[in-house]
Write a protein that binds this ligand. Structure first.
Ligand code: 17E
Ligand code: FE2
Length: 456
């Protein structure tokens, strides 16, 4: 007897592109996938049965970069009128003294519920440690435990106002490492001098090595073509052997580097093994704010980095805070906007954008060992009423069913628009472009049946 049986799902990224008629069944016992088998044949009994009706089966979405301590504070105590990173940091510095434990737990907990509803089961959150009381850190360390039965939360000790340029910055970073963060951060482009920026990276890498932690640096998030700390970080990653345990986040100055230096830097990055995280929603909005026209896009070189063999992921960065007043914690929107913003628009590139909020983001977090839909893995997966990854990104398809640790933790009905064209019958419009007859089943979305339950 299984605890959960998923029938007739199509596998994302299968050889047929996830659009063929071959379907699989997923067998779940407890919190673990015990088998993934072709749908032909009589399935075992199960306490709960989901008929996927040909929906796409995918591992969960992964959020590689968000600031949970700042979510839902937009406008408190004032709005970021200029829209710059700098005014955002100033607004946050005014909000920070008002933080208390319950305030942070409530706001971050709310947004984590949004993430789960959107199919995200792995989150890396930065948390500002340039606070003598480390209030947000205490709250998020507690929340990490409270949510563990549904999602994995990684915490980054993020020195928002600098390591060398903030009073006792290095001590606070060390204290955060002792209190149990997973990752150490830095912000070299914000330090007062270039030398302080270089020194801050030495300090962060040293803390990470001594405490056996990962590294994720807000690196060169500025439109200054002379901000060149990524090469320093990548070289540390190479020489210390930390390699893919290191992530360079934002790296927006790469959008302003000249071609000769860009070429050199991409070579350094690909040799170093570091991951790069691009946050298209937020950096499209924050960067270029000091430009007239022509105005820079202010994003890192996503397409070129991928071509150079660098692992790149897409993050959301902010949800309703001083750096982004909008946001619903939605990785599908991030992939959709990311495709436009980085000109990743061929069919293969759009599918790659889906990878950047799933597999590639999992790689950046260093969780590939337990990530993926296969026998022996934790039973964490999604059903998407879509033809394939391209279709998810194009039509902004959100998961119909979210399974975490073998339990259904979120459901949603596939939305349909109803057209009442004069002189015609009323018809549903789902924006699907017909490619195969098999589409008819997945368009209806999955149906869920529990023992003693009626069909929904
Ligand atoms: N802090 C920072 O330095 N950069 C950002 N993009 C955010 C916070 C959101
Ligand atoms: Fe960030």
């Amino acid at each position: 007897m299984l605890d959960l049986l998923v029938r007739s799902a199509r596998v994302a990224g299968a050889a047929d592109g996830g659009s063929g008629a071959e379907t699989v069944d997923v067998h779940v016992r407890g919190e673990t996938i015990v088998a993934v088998v072709p749908s032909s044949g009589e399935p075992p009994d199960a306490a709960e049965v989901v008929d996927a009706r040909g929906c796409l089966l995918s591992p969960p979405f992964v959020e590689p970069h968000v600031h949970l301590d700042t979510v839902l504070t937009a406008g408190e105590p004032r709005w970021n009128d200029s829209g710059t990173l700098w005014e955002g940091i100033a607004c946050w510095a005014e909000r920070k003294p008002m933080l208390d434990h319950e305030d942070v737990v409530a706001r971050a907990g709310e947004v984590l519920r949004w993430y789960v509803a959107n199919g995200v089961l792995h989150v890396r959150s930065h948390v500002d440690v340039t606070d003598p009381g480390l209030v947000a850190l205490g709250a998020l360390v507690e929340l990490r435990e409270r949510v563990r039965d549904v999602l994995d939360l990684q915490l980054v000790a993020f020195p928002q106002e600098g390591i060398c340029s903030f009073p006792r910055g290095a001590e606070l970073l060390e204290e955060a490492a002792r209190r149990g963060v997973d990752v150490v951060g830095a912000i070299p482009h914000y330090e007062d001098t270039r030398e302080d920026g270089v020194r801050s990276l030495e300090i962060a890498v040293d803390v990470a090595r001594r405490h056996d932690l990962l590294v994720d640096v807000h690196c060169d998030e500025i439109d200054d073509e002379q901000s060149r700390f990524v090469e320093v970080l990548a070289t540390h990653a190479m020489r210390t052997g930390l390699r893919d345990r290191v992530t360079a986040s934002h790296t927006t100055a790469m959008g302003s580097y000249n071609p000769a230096y860009s070429y050199k830097l991409r070579r350094t990055l690909s040799r170093s093994g570091v991951n790069v995280v691009c946050n298209p929603l937020v950096n499209l909005h924050l960067q270029g704010r000091f430009d007239g026209y022509p105005k820079r896009r202010g994003l890192t070189q996503v397409k070129e980095l991928l071509d150079a063999g660098v692992n790149v992921a897409f993050g959301h960065d902010d949800v309703m805070d001083p750096w982004n007043p909008l946001g619903t914690a939605d990785p599908v929107l991030v992939a959709h906007v990311g495709a436009h913003a980085t000109q990743m628009m061929s069919p293969a590139e759009v599918a790659q954008c889906f990878q950047m909020v799933t597999d590639r983001a999992a790689r950046a977090l260093g969780i590939t060992g337990s990530y993926g839909v296969r026998a022996g893995s934790p039973a964490n997966f999604l059903l998407l009423a879509a033809q394939d990854a391209f279709d998810v990104v194009r039509r902004l398809v959100r998961p119909s069913v979210v399974v975490s640790r073998g339990r259904i933790v979120a459901e949603r009905d596939p939305a349909a628009a109803r057209l009442r064209w004069p002189g015609r019958d009323v018809e549903d419009v789902d924006f699907v472009r017909d490619r195969d007859a098999a589409g008819a089943t997945w368009r209806a979305g999955p149906s869920v049946r529990s023992e003693g339950d009626r069909e929904r």
